[in-house]
Every structure is written in C-alpha cells, then in structure tokens.
Ligand binder design. Structure first.
Ligand SMILES: [Zn+2]
Length: 56
C-alpha cells in the first residue's frame, strides 16, 4: 500500500525535524505541529521546508 509522508526539514539546522504520516497529519495539523513542537526553529527565523515523500 502506498503511504505518503510529510517530512519537516530545517534548512538552517540541516536536519529532519520529523516525519509524519499524511493519513494522521493533514496539512493544517502539520502547521500546528511546527508551531508547537518545532517552535524554536520558527522563533529563530529558520527556513523550514515540508517535503512530501511517497513510500510503498
Ligand atoms: Zn532550525
């Protein structure tokens, strides 16, 4: 079965902050998640990228 994953990547820290299954974390939840869990990066003005990954 095909699974889609959102990967939150910080361009300043050069690391993946988290990977989330789209099924459980739709776009609006990802936004909330970045604000709550990865707030430090946002506060410091880091460039956060959301990548889409497809897995089978
Ligand atoms: Zn960062």
């Amino acid at each position: 079965m095909m699974m889609e994953i959102r990967e939150i990547y910080c361009n300043n820290c050069k690391k993946v902050l988290g990977r989330y299954n789209v099924k459980y974390y739709p776009d609006d939840k990802i936004g909330d998640l970045i604000k709550s869990s990865h707030e430090r990066h946002v506060r410091e003005g880091h460039e956060i990228e959301i990548r889409r990954i497809k897995k089978s």
